[in-house]
Design a protein around this ligand. Structure first.
Ligand SMILES: Cc1cc2nc3c(=O)[nH]c(=O)nc-3n(C[C@H](O)[C@H](O)[C@H](O)COP(=O)(O)OP(=O)(O)OC[C@H]3O[C@@H](n4cnc5c(N)ncnc54)[C@H](O)[C@@H]3O)c2cc1C
Ligand code: FES
Length: 386
């Protein structure tokens, strides 16, 4: 594992922060700014591309308060005094609808310290540390984003373009219509600032643009042409893909087909594409009987040892079991996409159902997503601090 991975995978913790501004971006999306008190600025330092999880008790359809956790990528470059996220309303979505309708300046919310590995690893491995940047490099970066997938990409593009005056950044950004484009003005301003180094390719699926290539859904044929003619894929040093599962998967598959090395491709999924598995739902309650067959799970969290039994019949995840004895066990999506629940297996084994968050080198080093892991040995030990 690289130093970068270690530093961006620090253990996340929640603090209550105040919303200092809510700005409407489009009819269905808002930008939310949280003020960071000086004493917490080190905790909320981040690398462009990372996300925070938000935690809030929100009334459900019956009016009962229900704790929800959702992850949102940070959309601005680091300043030390604030964090900005953008929340797009997901049709029928609990948290995003609530936030779009109710959130106002002065509200308070639990915000997790930044996490995530959707960050540049090409040369600019320390983009927060200008002394380490190779200012001579003439690198090419390409991002493919759709809808709210622009959020981390905007932070990455701003940081990369500002860090090195020789880099070039191409953004292919897909939306339904011009009125849905989040950060339209910010992107135009960025283009004005870097006219020869930033190329914006807005693709609108439900509006006719002058170029047929930029009109309609991005299917395999359109993508192929975009990759060949607009961005010349073989010359690209690093890729950033962010959006719905199907689009990210389509681009990854095509890049693989073009022999683009996987190490050059960073991607972030906002959901697994399985609506029946919405995010952030803590698992079901499990009652443990004294004499039944159980796995014995031990774990380290914040230097403290925890022990919990998990009945074999319950087939529950390690996270589900651990939360029974330590409610502060970190998690956000519970769907294998964010990586917040990561821990290292120190003895025993597990099977992992889904993994959209860990890099192959992390899996090789023994890290697992506890929200997706089921014990396969009678005794299992994991370390959340590793
Ligand atoms: C690392 C990461 C970063 C992210 N960054 C951003 C970001 O920058 N901006 C952003 O807007 N989003 C982002 N997301 C997505 C965000 O976390 C939420 O998933 C999103 O806002 C939807 O949450 P919700 O509570 O509104 O929807 P949910 O209530 O979780 O529902 C999600 C969808 O599932 C459907 N659904 C819910 N329950 C069921 C059911 N039982 N059966 C069938 N369908 C159901 C809903 O209709 C909805 O369409 C990110 C996610 C991750 C993992
Ligand atoms: S909580 Fe998001 S991957 Fe496990």
């Amino acid at each position: 594992m690289t130093d970068q991975t270690t530093s961006t995978r620090r253990r996340a913790s929640f603090h209550r922060l105040t919303v200092s501004n809510v700005r409407r971006l489009t009819k269905d999306s808002i930008e939310v700014t949280f003020a960071i008190p000086e004493e917490l600025s080190a905790e909320y330092d981040y690398v462009a591309g990372q996300y925070v999880a938000l935690r809030k008790e929100i009334p459900n359809a019956e009016g009962e308060l229900q704790e929800l956790r959702r992850s949102y990528s940070i959309c601005a470059e680091p300043t030390g005094s604030e964090i900005k996220v953008a929340i797009k309303r997901d049709l029928g979505g609990l948290f995003s609808t609530w936030a779009n309708e109710n959130l106002t300046a002065g509200d308070q919310m639990d915000v997790m310290s930044p996490a995530g590995a959707f960050i540049s690893k090409h040369r600019l491995t320390e983009i927060n540390d200008p002394s380490k940047i190779d200012t001579e490099a003439q690198d090419r970066f390409v991002a493919v984003a759709a809808g709210s997938g622009i959020t981390p990409v905007l932070a990455i593009a701003r940081t990369i373009l500002a860090a090195n005056e020789n880099t070039r950044f191409d953004l292919i950004y897909a939306n339904k219509a011009a009125m849905d484009v989040m950060f339209l003005e910010e992107l135009a301003d960025l283009k004005d600032r870097y006219p020869s180094r930033l190329a914006l390719h807005h693709v609108l699926s439900r509006e006719q643009r002058i170029s047929p290539l930029l009109s309609g859904r991005i299917d395999s044929e359109k993508l192929s042409t975009l990759l060949d003619t607009v961005v010349q894929a073989p010359n690209v040093d690093e890729w950033f893909l962010c959006g719905p599962f199907e689009l990210v998967q389509l681009v990854r598959d095509q890049l693989t087909g073009m022999d683009i090395p996987a190490e050059k491709v960073r991607f972030e999924l906002f959901s697994t594409g399985e609506p029946s598995k919405p995010q952030g739902h803590i698992g079901r309650p499990v009652k443990v009987e004294e004499d039944e067959d159980s796995y014995e799970i031990s774990f380290t969290l914040d230097g403290l040892q925890g022990e919990v039994k998990s009945p074999v019949r319950a087939n529950e995840t390690v996270l589900n079991a651990a939360l029974r004895v330590r409610p502060d066990v970190p998690f956000a999506c519970a769907g294998g996409v964010c990586g917040t629940c990561r821990a290292k297996v120190t003895s025993g084994t597990v099977t992992m159902a889904e993994n959209y968050a860990l890099e192959p080198d992390e899996v090789e080093a023994g890290y697992v997503l506890t929200c997706q892991s089921h014990p396969t040995t009678e005794k299992l030990s994991v370390d959340f601090d590793a």
